[in-house]
Structures are given as structure tokens and as C-alpha cells.
Design a protein around this ligand. Sequence first.
Ligand code: 7TS
Length: 399
Amino acid sequence: MDVRKDFPILAGNDLAFLDSAASSQKPEMVIEAMDTMLRSGYANVHRGAYRLSAEATDAYEAARAKVARFIGATSPAEVIFTRGTTTSMNMLAAKWGADRLVAGDNVVLSVMEHHANLVPWQFLKGIELRFARLTDDFALDLESVAELVDERTRIVSITGMSNVLGTITPVDRIREIAGRVGATVIVDGAQLVPHLPVDVTDLGADFLAFSAHKMLGPTGIGVLWGRPALLEEMEPFEGGGEMIDEVGLYESTWAPVPHKFEAGTPPIVEAIGLGAAVDYLTGLGMDAVRKHDVELTGYALERLATMPAVTVYGPTDLEIRGGAISFTLGDVHPHDLSTILDENGVAVRAGHHCARPLMDHLGIPATARASFSVYSSGDEVDRLVDGLKVAAKLFDIRQ
Ligand code: 7TS
């Protein structure tokens, strides 16, 4: 995939940037769309009767329509702009969870969830949280999901792709199991949507959350997609301007979906940026994006396997994994490792990756993680391996 030239930060920068799972870099197209909006198209949306505001509103709603098309939604109204995956998950836990579940109900999650799909559920009082386990090859153990789901299960909320292990989960199979008891299926798509073609009409989810900044778009905006009937049923998360229909001193009624979920001035310029990111990804084609990920991940796993002191935590089967590769080198602390890699021009993330319970499950305090996006290259993987060799030498680890 010959796209590095599209990313200004990568041009003339010899850093091997391998931390795209945390946040991706932005192509010129996104930067330019936001710049143009700020320079010549900016006004608040949904309120001004004047031309500039009407045009800004059109641009904001056009971005919503682009996102809807990108994920196969049947209508733009199914796309709610939020601040990101974290906000989307908090909204669901509060409004689809706390508002509706009663003591004795349970929510099924997995041990590999990001804190964004864990902590909001911990806010629910009197609700039991259950955790699906992993297979020996770091796949989601569907038998464990089936064992945990019972007639008191109201929600099954699972990541579409683990940000630590790279594991891709079979949402259709999860749906099958959850469907037996009428439980809602929520998918944390923060890593899934940037890397695989997603069509909500056959994904099997009732709700899908994701963030723009991990899919070449800006920070400050993300999406909550939901089935129309469920969005109608769900109460607003925040009250304020623009989410109302009628307002009295003591009570109010809500604007139609999606506006009842978008209180206050939304991230207008960010929405335009997300729309441009979606255009860019559509231009590349999500099948090509996935192919690139698979090839690069395969190459990286192959190269890392040549170093006996490297342990990779994640599926060996490329069919069920994406380009987030967690690893350790001997007993070197991942923080030390990332510092040495940085000194050698390689940026990886080290730590628990906001998945502390997963680290406990794996019996390790932390990992180093290399993660890819469309601009990542085999050359960067080679530089990672070279950096690891330098670290191995420094720590006197036999190779
Ligand atoms: N879910 C998953 C699977 C994620 O990877 C992340 C962010 C989130 C939710 C939260 O997204 P946010 O945009 O609301 O922050 N993951 C990471 C990461 O792996 N390193 O830094 C952030």
C-alpha cells in the first residue's frame, strides 16, 4: 500500500511509528478538510438561519451520511456522533444498562476488554458482570460465552478486535448465543472499524461504538451506531441545547433520533474530518486495508518468531487477528524495552494498554505492543526487529 506520501507527519520523518492502535496519523485529505472548514465554512450547526450556518449544518449532516454508508447503516439517523468509543460505551452502560436492568440481571463481557468496555459496566449496581475466557490460541472461547449466557443475561458486550492481542471476535456467533435469551449485543468497534470492512446489517450487533482518531480522523469525535428501534427506546444521555423538542420549566420532550443524543454544540470540524477520513478509507477500499494488515502482521509474526526470547501474546491464525502485536522480550520490562526501541527510532506502546484484567489473566504486568495502520511498512517491522536485537544485546539475552 503506497500511501505514506499522503501523511505529512511521515514524510521526512524517519521514526518507525508503530502505535496506530493508540491513535493513527492523519492524511492530508483530513487535515485539509478541517482546515477549509475552519477557514471558510465554519459556523454553529442546527441553529442559525443564515447561509453560513445552513452550509455548516449541511456539511455536518453530510459527514453523518458518509459514516452511515461506510458501516452499511440503512439511515444516517442511526449514526450518533459522540466524543469517542469511551463516551459511546458510557452512554450504553447508563442508558441501555442502568436505566433498564434490575438486580439479579447480568452482563456478559470478556477478559480481554479495554477499560472503556469494562469500567462503565462496573457503575451498574446490583448487576452481575460475567467474563468470557480465551482459548489457548487467544481466541474468544465461544463455549465460555455460551456457558455464561442465561435467562438473566440482558447484554453481551464484547470487543470486535482486541487492542492488545489483535484477536477478532466472531460477532455472528456471539449474536446466535445472545439471541437465544434475547440479550442485546454491543460491539466495541474501536479497533475493528478502522481495520476491517464492517456492515452493520450483517455484523450481528445491536450497537457498535468506535472512535475517529483510530481511523485516520481527528480526536474528539466518535460514533455510536444502534438499531433504529433501540435508539427510539433509549433515553438521552445528556440534557441541554439542541436535543429537545418542547421545553417547559419542569419537563421537556426530546428531538428525534439522532439529535436527542447530541446535546450541546457538537464537534463540528471534527465531524468534517471524520467524513474525510471515511472518504479516504473508502478510496483505498476496506478489503485492501484488511489485506495490507494481514500481510504485514504475517510478516511481523514471522520475523518475531526468529527471536526465541520474544513471546507474542495473540492468535497465530491470521484469519482471526489484526495488526496489534503484543510481545515481551525475555524478562525485560516493556517500559525499558520501549525506551530502547525509541532510542533506535521505533515507537511502540508499552504498559497494560488499558486492559489490566487481561494482563492479570495472562499473568504478566505489561507488554510492548507494535500496531499498524495503512501507512505501516515491512521496513518498519525490520527496524523493530533490529531494535529488539539491540535491546537483547544490551540486556545480555541470548538469541
Ligand atoms: N476500545 C478499544 C478496543 C480500544 O482500543 C480503545 C482505545 C478504546 C475502546 C477507547 O477508545 P477512546 O477513543 O474512547 O479512547 N485504545 C487505546 C490503545 O490501545 N492505546 O491507547 C488507546
